[in-house]
Design a protein around this ligand. Structure first.
Ligand code: PMP
Length: 525
């Protein structure tokens, strides 16, 4: 029988096929995906990549599945836009409770919902820009008001004319009459207007990943995902992670000032004011797709200080790191970095619903945003209820799920570090925290085995190793979106000792293959 024509991502599925990864799974439970072999028998595959991080609680968690059925069976409204949504408020309340616990003293955050991680990133970025535009407008109004006050004061004789106009471009003479002063104010307004088009300036970190939609892809560092679409969005300035001095320099380079007038000691005086050109900085506390790189506490603290000085909001993208995967609900709490915005996704939907959320610190929140931003499916009754139940499960027993993520992650990391010590010639690094782990192999682009060398040079060695793990050991791992030498491991909190042992066995064989340059098992598993 001919293979059916493929309509959905035929190229990608074909590529997966060359690695034996185009398996059709027919059932999923906890840490396993099942496919049918030639005899129709279910074959389990240990899934260590779990929806790329969306399955903290494993596939089809029984309580979430039962709750989803109950919602549907009882006719719970799924689509009821423009009505009260107390469940969405409850999700906000639980998340605020967690924020208060992990960041004592944090002020309340308002919550908004979206459908995917990238969409939530875009909502956050949009809110940052909305806030910047409103700040800009109020600054312009304030300066106009000051100019009026100054002109009146000069006319009435209660303030002297300015004796210094050097802040204005183009050698504007010092005014000697009220009329000339009005001209100075006009020059000031023209100068300010010339600055009004500046910005928005957004900062992100090198190696960052924040999604692949038209706006969010501008914040994703890898040119593979960004370059072709650069003209579709605003330019983002990338700075190296953990280099606060580089960030400080970039901020200084982008600063823009406008002119204002004040009455100082009875004289009208021209002063410079910072123009809100900087719209925001977005960071992942642990860069996931970029190769599992953690921000340092020192970087977090300095960045917070710099951003406070220039009123630059910090968006903390916890789409991959959040929901407890790293042993705390917010990975940023490990380094004490309190964001002005948080973005959550992936496991927020409990592995069943599609949901994402943005949290905005209330002192920065612009309620008018609710009138200009919405989506048909965001904040729907089903996904918010599932999100609430997921949070309940994570928070149960004093956050036992987070402790388990830390403990299981520690065990896997310990095992991988033993492997790295045993195979220092082939394992370059083991990085991660909790259940967000990367195993980086040494570069094999000069390997003696032509097969290993060829795959490494094509940037496909991790696919070949993943293919071997899948075919021989029935273990599913994944690549990251940027590091061609890294296997990514992001299992659910249910992973057992036996499953970790299976991973060790499989990876030991991988290391032996690389050490012995014996590619045969890779091509004929
Ligand atoms: N931000 C981060 C940190 C991510 O890891 C991802 C997905 N890997 C996204 C944003 C985009 O999420 P989604 O795929 O749901 O659009």
């Amino acid at each position: 029988m001919n293979a059916p024509t493929r309509y959905a991502e035929a190229l990608l599925t074909g590529m997966l096929g060359t690695f034996g990864l185009d398996v059709q799974y027919v059932r999923a439970e906890q840490n396993s995906l099942y496919y049918l072999d030639d005899t129709g028998t279910e074959v389990p595959v240990l899934d260590l990549i779990g929806g790329w991080g969306s399955l903290m609680l494993g596939h089809n968690h029984p309580e979430i599945v039962a709750y989803a059925k109950e919602l549907l069976d009882t006719g719970w409204p799924v689509h009821s836009q423009h009505s009260a949504h107390p469940v969405a408020d409850q999700v906000g309340a639980v998340l605020n409770g967690i924020l208060g616990r992990e960041f004592p003293g944090a002020e309340p955050y308002s919550i908004g919902f979206a459908n995917s991680g990238a969409e939530a990133v875009e909502a956050a970025v949009k809110h940052c820009e909305f806030d910047r535009v409103l700040r800009m407008q109020s600054l312009v109004r304030e300066i106009e008001w000051h100019a009026d006050v100054a002109l009146r004061a000069v006319r009435e004789g209660s303030a002297a004319l300015p004796d210094d106009t050097s802040l204005l471009p183009g050698e504007v003479p010092v005014p000697t009459t009220v009329e000339e002063f009005a001209g100075v104010l006009g020059a000031m307004a023209a100068h300010n207007l010339s600055r009004a088009g500046a910005g928005p300036v957004f900062f992100a970190l090198e190696r960052a990943f924040h999604g692949k939609l038209m706006g969010s892809t501008q914040f994703t560092y890898n040119p593979l995902f960004r370059a072709a679409f650069a003209a579709l969005g605003s330019t983002v300035t990338f700075v190296p992670a953990n280099d606060a001095a580089a960030f400080e320099k970039a901020v200084a380079e982008h600063r823009v000032t406008v002119l204002d007038v004040e009455v100082v000691h009875g004289r009208v005086t021209l002063v410079e004011r910072a123009f809100p050109v900087i719209a925001g900085l977005i960071v992942e506390p642990i860069q996931g797709e970029g190769g599992i790189h953690e921000l340092t506490e020192e970087f977090g603290a300095r960045v917070r200080r710099i951003c406070d000085e220039v009123e630059c909001p910090i968006v903390v993208d916890e789409i991959q790191t959040g929901m407890g995967r790293t042993g705390r609900f917010f990975a940023s709490s490990h380094i004490g970095l309190l964001g002005d915005y948080y973005v959550l996704g992936k496991s927020l939907g409990g592995g069943i619903a599609k949901s994402s959320a943005i949290l905005v610190r209330q002192s920065r929140y612009r309620p008018e945003f609710e009138l200009v931003h919405s989506s048909t499916f965001a904040k729907d009754g089903f996904s918010t209820a599932i999100a609430l139940r997921t949070l309940d499960l994570l928070e149960a027993d004093d956050g036992a799920a987070y402790a388990r993520a830390a403990e299981r992650g520690g065990r896997i990391l310990g095992m991988l570090r033993e492997l790295a010590a045993e195979f220092p010639d082939v394992v370059a690094d083991v990085r991660g925290r909790g259940l967000l782990i990367g195993l980086e192999f040494a570069d094999q682009s000069n390997a003696s085995s032509p097969i290993i060398r060829g795959k490494a040079q094509a940037g496909l060695l991790v696919f070949q190793l993943g293919s071997y793990l899948q075919a021989v050991h029935r273990i599913r791992t994944g690549p990251t979106a940027s590091v061609p030498t890294m296997l990514r491991i992001e299992p659910s909190i249910c992973i057992s000792d036996e499953e970790i042992d299976r991973l060790r066995t499989g990876l030991t064989q991988v290391c032996l293959i690389l050490r012995n340059q014996d590619a045969l098992p890779l091509v004929h598993p």
